[in-house]
Design a protein around this ligand. Sequence first.
Ligand SMILES: Cc1cc2nc3c(=O)[nH]c(=O)nc-3n(C[C@H](O)[C@H](O)[C@H](O)COP(=O)(O)O)c2cc1C
Length: 230
Amino acid sequence: MELLEAIKSRMSIRGFKPDPVPREILSELLSVATRSPSGVNCQPWEIYVVVGEALKELGQVYVERFSQGIKPQPVIYIGQETKGMSPSLKGVYRERQVELAKQMFQLIGIEKGDEKKLREYYEKMYRFYDAPAVIIIAADESLLLTSVSLDIGLLTQTIALAAQEYGLGTCVMRAIVDYPAQARDIVKIPHSKQPIIGLAIGYPDWDDPINKLKTERESLDKILTVVEEA
Ligand SMILES: Cc1cc2nc3c(=O)[nH]c(=O)nc-3n(C[C@H](O)[C@H](O)[C@H](O)COP(=O)(O)O)c2cc1C
């Protein structure tokens, strides 16, 4: 697949076929993706692939916690002041978040106020959309005040782009690291490593209406400033 085509066609996949992803394909994909750049080439990533019974257990435990109303505790935002849950969005950022939810819920037939269907949707999200594999990217605790989240972001996007070459779809998911203590326990991530982000990965089920979602982007003129004169 051509690079520009891969960038344009990548989208979050939230409906997967049950077919497992062969181990060799995952290894090849992850090996290629680690060509991603990182500050001073420190390669601050540790990659965990979760499949089979471990993945089933992770999903069960996450759904249980979600159902009990336990607040997510992801650590995407790194740094002493910002460590912890992401802040609520405001202004245009909130508008875009609401638009995404509207589009998605319309596609999968969840009407405003339908708490039952909404809960079912979130439960499915906490089963990582029933993907046959989940990738967790973690970083050493000693690196958390560096550019680690930027480096891991680059790796994450590279995995998502390269996955398409193998016919695979991905969804980058904060939800996968929403309960880091449980992730650590089940995936056997040592305490010295902090789960940063996850991806659900598998073969897309194109018949699933949720995969019809095409998200919008702001036009370039609204976000671009070109400075020419000194
Ligand atoms: C850091 C990050 C966290 C995300 N977490 C979730 C998540 O927990 N659940 C989910 O369904 N999608 C998640 N997404 C996917 C975004 O909703 C998606 O990328 C965005 O709506 C743009 O759509 P697209 O990926 O189809 O282009 C996440 C994406 C990023 C980059």
